[in-house]
Structure formats: structure tokens, C-alpha cells
Write a protein that binds this ligand. Structure first.
Ligand SMILES: [Zn+2]
Length: 401
């Protein structure tokens, strides 16, 4: 029988010490007996998942921790999400992330437009497509505020864009797309402001006391990437991805993995943790490698909601890590890896650039300096992978000799 591998990603869970938590980080403040068990019975360390010159994002960091050097394989975030939606792309096509955001008095208030529903997002994007009637541009609705704009024309782009979650409470106008080809992008953004201002969807949202989608925001652009499959790279038979976000579904498609959809899974704290835990454990029967990603701690961090962040981490520990560990122990040979793709800092509401703390345990993983799982203890272990893309090899093969 082959080794079973489980990889659990509490997105953005790593952080810095917070005054509100008595000088502890959310990971330290949270009660996480299962993650602690992994660190105490295996090893923990740090991995740099965001190479120099890259924006800290789940696209870069997850690609990296999966063993793919972003410097070689990363072409942008939006093309990964296009793969998730199985949007066919020719090499010259461009894909942009088309967020629905809330800008009030020129200030970026919310990169998620109040965590807008798929249904509301679809109506707004349809309005935009119908009214703009732009040749060569296609709007593709995704999950919540995460939509895509595909361009199949001959315009060349060499543009600088900014992720809206990286500019909370900043003047939006200063971060509009710039560079070659950016005029049309700025025009689409400007037109969306006009078309959405008094849109029935937004009137209803304001009446309900939730953030209106005041405009779109374009970023994360790129061409389609070309990557070897995970099987080609690591000789592990087909893997299984469980996630609530399109970005990781897309990575899975490019890796040649199956994507397993779980009922009740969202990218927020209202997600059905228990169902995700049950399904992750049960997929281990069918697949040699299961990758389970939970977005909630990241979104809580972007909202500076440290209480929800701690609660999300505790839920992941209890309802996902716990059942997965229990199931793994029924197999002869198994390994587990827990790590956030990148830190997301409550203090700044932004992704951080610190190396990500990881914990792994299981067959052949040597036990070293047992301590509870935390940023501090991971750093104190002295194990530091400066090239984060080497972590996967380390986890799958060496187990940390
Ligand atoms: Zn992330």
C-alpha cells in the first residue's frame, strides 16, 4: 500500500503578536490540540513561500508550497482562476481578476463588496457586459466577489495593477491600472462606477445594511501558465483538492488533480468546517494525497476581526485537522502537513511577507524539539526553507531528515 498524505492549509492563519490577545498571535491564542499534536510528534519550521519581487498572495504562496517555483511558473493570479472555471485560453489571451469592491468617497473600503453573493455578482456583471458592449472582452462570474475578465483581442498589455485587499482604507485612484494598455481597463472601472451607482442590487444591499458593490477593480492579469503535473513532478498518483476558492481549484486543474466539491463550503467563517473535515478524511480512502484549504482565517484577517480569526483556527483544528488525523492513523503509512500559505496580519489587514510556519508528522518524520505549533516555535526550531518550493519534496520524500 502506498503512503497517504494530507495537506491542510488554514489560509492566512499566521500573524504577529496582538495587544488584543495579550501579546499572543491568533495561532498561539487559539486552542489547537491537533495542530499541536502534529508539531509535538513531528517537526515544525518555516518556509519562505513568497519569493523576492512577488506580491504576497495565495496564488504565489500556494504554488510555491506545492513545489512549483513561482519565478518559473507564475504568470498571474487570474489565469489560475480561469483554469478553475475551465475557460479555454489561447496563449495570446489575457485574463484579469475583476473584483466587485466597495469604494466610498474615493477610499477602498472593502475588497469583497460585503462578501457579495454569487447571485448579486452575476446580475451586476451582466449589466456591465450588456451596457459596455466591448468587443473582445468577456465577463466571467466566479465565486462571490471573485470574477474574471477575459480579453481575446490584439491590444498589448504591460500594466501595473494592485490587489484591492492590499490597499484597505487607501485612496483607490492612486492604485488604478497604469502602463501600456491601461486606458481601457481604467475606462471599464470608471463605467462600472456609473452603472452600479443606483443599481437595484446596490439599493437592496444598502437597505439591508451591507456593503454595496460600487465598482469593479481589475488586477492579477496574465496569460495561461504551463506547468508539469504533480504526478510528473513527484510521482504521486492523482491528488484531490478541497477548497472554497477558484484560485486553488485552478491550481488543482493545472496539477492534474481532481477537485472535490463539499456542500456548505464558503470562503468565510460561515463555512461548514465539519463537512469539510469529514469529506477530507473520507477522500483519503480514494486518493493518496488530499489537499484541504480553508479560506476563513484569511478573510477574518482582512476584516481585522481577530476574534473570528481565532475562532476559525480553532474550528479548523477541531473539525478538519482532528478527523483527518484520526483517519490517517488507520493507514499503515501516512504523513500530514499543516501550514498557512502566507501570514495575513490583523494589524495591517494585509498579507504578510514573513516565512510561513509549518508542522508535519507521520511515518518517517523525525521528532524534533517538541513544542506547540506557533510562529515563534517554528522559528525557534531552526528549520528554515528559504526556497519554499523545496518544502514539498521535503514533506513527500525526506520527511525532514
Ligand atoms: Zn492565502
Amino acid at each position: 500500500m502506498s503512503m497517504k498524505y494530507a495537506i491542510i492549509i488554514p489560509d492566512g492563519a499566521a500573524d504577529e503578536p496582538l495587544e488584543q490577545l495579550g501579546g499572543k498571535t491568533p495561532l498561539e491564542a487559539a486552542h489547537t490540540p491537533n495542530m499541536d499534536w502534529i508539531a509535538e510528534h513531528g517537526r515544525q519550521g518555516l518556509a519562505r513561500t513568497v519569493p523576492d519581487g512577488f506580491e504576497s498572495g495565495s496564488d504565489v504562496a500556494t504554488m510555491c508550497l506545492l513545489g512549483y517555483d513561482p519565478k518559473v511558473y507564475h504568470t498571474g493570479r487570474a489565469p489560475l482562476e480561469a483554469a478553475a472555471q475551465r475557460i479555454p485560453l489561447s496563449p495570446s489571451d489575457w485574463v484579469f481578476r475583476c473584483n466587485l469592491v466597495t469604494v466610498i468617497d474615493g477610499v477602498m473600503k472593502d475588497h469583497s463588496a460585503g462578501g457579495i453573493s454569487d447571485a448579486d455578482a452575476r446580475v451586476l456583471l451582466k449589466t456591465l457586459a450588456d451596457k459596455l458592449k466591448l468587443a473582445d472582452f468577456e465577463f466571467h462570474p466566479g465565486v462571490s466577489y471573485r470574477n474574471l475578465l477575459v480579453y481575446r483581442g490584439s491590444q498589448e498589455f504591460d500594466v501595473t495593477t494592485k490587489p484591492p485587499h492590499e490597499i484597505p482604507d487607501q485612496p483607490a485612484a492612486e492604485y488604478l491600472p497604469s502602463g501600456k494598455g491601461s486606458e481601457i481597463l481604467r475606462k471599464i472601472i470608471a463605467e462600472s462606477q456609473t452603472l452600479f451607482a443606483d443599481h437595484p442590487i446596490n439599493r437592496a444591499r444598502r437597505a439591508a445594511g451591507v456593503n454595496a458593490a460600487t465598482q469593479v477593480w481589475l488586477w492579477g492579469q496574465g496569460h495561461a501558465p504551463s506547468m508539469p503535473t504533480f504526478h510528473e513532478r513527484f510521482d504521486i498518483s492523482k491528488g484531490c483538492m478541497i477548497t472554497g476558492v477558484d484560485l486553488l481549484r485552478g491550481l488543482a486543474v493545472l496539477l492534474g488533480w481532481d477537485v472535490h466539491e463539499v456542500a456548505g463550503m464558503t470562503s468565510f467563517h460561515d463555512t461548514d468546517y465539519a463537512n469539510q473535515g469529514r469529506e477530507t478524511a473520507s477522500m483519503l480512502e480514494k486518493y493518496d494525497l488530499v489537499f484541504s484549504h480553508i479560506e476563513a482565517p484569511d478573510e477574518a484577517s482582512h476584516q481585522a476581526d481577530y476574534k473570528t480569526k481565532v475562532a476559525a483556527i480553532e474550528h479548523i483544528d477541531k473539525f478538519v485537522v482532528g478527523p483527518v488525523l484520526e483517519r490517517l492513523k488507520r493507514f499503515d503509512e501516512w504523513r500530514v502537513l499543516v501550514m498557512p500559505d502566507h501570514p495575513t496580519n490583523i494589524a495591517t489587514r494585509r498579507h504578510g511577507y514573513a516565512p510561513s510556519p509549518f508542522a508535519m508528522a507521520g511515518t518517517g518524520v523525525k521528532r524534533s524539539s517538541p513544542a506547540a505549533y506557533s510562529e515563534k516555535n517554528s522559528a525557534a526550531s531552526g528549520l528554515m526553507l528559504k526556497q519554499g518550493h523545496e518544502l514539498m519534496e521535503y514533506f513527500l520524500r525526506k520527511g525532514g531528515e
